[in-house]
Design a binder for this molecule. Structure first.
Ligand code: 7O9
Length: 519
């Protein structure tokens, strides 16, 4: 346990046995409570469904019942903005350009390879199981939204550079295509010069603002600001201290929200089960499809990722996963990896003891661009839709699906109403009917929970691996910092100043996230 003594010195004092037991119970109690909450949510939801006359439950009743769940979602999402800004900036500001560049490169290589591996796993399973050739007639309902792939790409890049940082917290730029009609005289007969008016329609794409957080803009800004603060040396120190303290404070708020989360989870899960449509028939029609997606997610999350982690770090992936359980359960309960981010960071920092600079840098970026579960799901869905339509895909088209699914998952956070749009990008790439997204819409909410958990697991293993690979670079920086501080101390002593507050310079977070001075 890290304690700060009266003279401001941080020392490691071992915990007594009773303290250890208490610590253990406290750390695991919340996991137990979350599992119980999930069970209660499922049982309560299904019980209400089987009760007489549940069909007559008005939407309003369900809406009221969701209230405690809405509060949980709000509280988690409320933390996202201060958390990503403070995390990314303070992490990069405390590193030098070389170390952060290396860390970023390692993370991106990991994201690309694991996302692609997930897609391949999905494709192998969907081609082997052929869920689209089984089962009965599936009803199509609803409609889908389409966007030109090139415009989606432009939106993605344009959103990296928001024109107004404050606005990017709640709005982003989207290309919207409007059509307008106009008339032009056309000459029908050259000799007699007969003119008639012809009707034309024209499409005019335009950049508009749409609702939704422009997360890419905020991430890109934070990365650059952090890097610039790092390059400023001493002059940037107050900003580094500010963002470090903001991060610690936000994590303390996260702890409070985590204690509330079991209550929220009960209501989120139960109301979802109450409002779903006739699960019986849908689950039978789409049973093989669901099975394929779940098998792919399980294979990726329980075999591929742990093996990658084991090979990269030589550490036990099961212990790592157990320590992430709180985040995985939150991901399942909320179906949102961004809302889970505060919990993910808490588990990484305090349970898996990932270097705080790595966790702060890698976890928010992973939540934004690394979505293994989503990529796997989109590849399976596209090939399933081809099978339902009796369309055989060539090797080239299967490769196209794998590449677009990887790209779509990486770009998802930058695309408005991403879920559907990214799916239609994959479908258009191989010429499949985009309205068939509606086939799988009915069970999307169900599979979303599982793929979100895999997304969060992928981000977490990524942080673990980058942490392991960056150990040498990080201790080099620690060494440099110590040298610098020793130098300052000598200088201060020479100048006859003995004020420790000055000598200590800045505050530094200890492993426990406590503020303690270094020396
Ligand atoms: C799933 F970094 C953060 F936390 F700030 C952050 C904020 C917002 C990260 C990501 C986002 C974001 O906008 N994410 C996003 C994810 C946007 C649209 C679609 C998706 C895909 O979501 C997954 C899926 O549906 O498969 C899944 N529900 O991981 O949250």
């Amino acid at each position: 346990m890290v304690t700060v003594t009266k003279d401001g010195v941080t020392r490691n004092i071992p915990m007594t046995t009773s303290q250890k037991i208490l610590h253990h119970i406290k750390a695991n109690l919340i996991i137990i409570l979350m599992v119980i909450a999930l069970a209660i949510g499922v049982i309560a939801g299904l019980t209400v469904r089987t009760a007489d006359g549940w069909e007559y439950w008005q939407k309003r009743k369900i809406f009221y019942l969701r209230f405690p769940g809405d509060l949980l979602m709000n509280m988690l999402k409320m933390l996202i903005l201060p958390l990503i800004i403070s995390s990314i900036i303070s992490s990069l500001a405390s590193l030098n350009a070389k170390a952060s560049g290396k860390m970023g490169l390692r993370a991106v290589v990991y994201y690309l390879t694991t996302t692609f591996a997930a897609v391949i796993m999905g494709i192998i399973l969907v081609l082997a199981i052929e869920p689209g050739k089984k089962g009965g007639e599936i009803t199509r309902s609803g409609s889908s939204k389409e966007q030109e792939p090139l415009e989606a790409l432009f939106d993605l890049i344009r959103n990296c550079f928001p024109d107004n940082l404050v606005e990017s917290a709640f709005r982003r730029q989207t290309t919207v295509t409007g059509t307008f009609k106009y008339q032009l005289p056309i000459t029908l007969d050259d000799e007699n010069k007969t003119e008639v008016m012809g009707n034309y329609t024209s499409e005019s794409p335009n950049v508009e603002k749409s609702e939704g957080m422009n997360i890419l803009g905020i991430v890109v800004f934070s990365v650059f600001l952090g890097a610039v603060i790092a390059s400023m040396g001493h002059a940037g120190k107050p900003l580094l201290d500010f963002f470090e303290a903001l991060h610690v404070a936000t994590m303390k708020l996260t702890m409070l929200v985590i204690w509330y989360s079991p209550i929220g989870i009960i209501f989120l899960v139960s109301t979802k089960l109450i409002e779903m449509e006739n699960p019986g028939t849908i689950f039978i029609q789409l049973g093989y499809y669901m099975l394929t997606v779940l098998a792919g997610l399980a294979a990726h999350g329980l075999i591929v990722l742990p093996v990658v982690y084991l090979i990269a770090t030589r550490k036990n992936p099961l212990i790592f996963m157990y320590n992430m359980l709180k985040a995985l359960l939150t991901a399942w309960g909320t179906a949102s990896s961004s809302a889970t981010l505060p919990v993910t960071m808490e588990c990484l920092e305090h349970r898996n003891n990932i270097d705080i600079r790595v966790a702060k840098f890698v976890a928010p970026i992973g939540a934004t661009i690394n979505m293994d579960g989503t990529a796997l799901y989109e590849a399976v869905a596209a090939i399933f839709i081809a099978q339902v339509n009796g369309v055989g895909l060539s090797i080239g088209e299967v490769i196209t699906v794998s590449l677009t699914a990887t790209a779509a998952a990486i770009g998802a956070a930058g695309i408005p109403s991403a879920g559907l749009v990214t799916m239609t990008i994959v479908l258009t790439a191989v010429g499949l009917p985009t309205e068939d997204v509606s086939l799988i819409l009915a069970i999307d909410w169900f599979l979303d929970r599982f793929r979100t958990a895999i997304n969060v697991l992928g981000d977490s293993f990524g942080a673990g691996i980058v942490d392991h690979l960056s150990k040498a670079d990080l201790s080099e920086i620690d060494h440099l910092n110590e040298l610098e501080m020793a130098e300052e101390t000598t200088k201060a002593e020479e100048a006859g100043i003995t004020n420790t507050a000055f000598v200590n310079g800045g505050m530094k977070e200890t492993e426990n996230g406590e503020i303690g001075s270094r020396l």
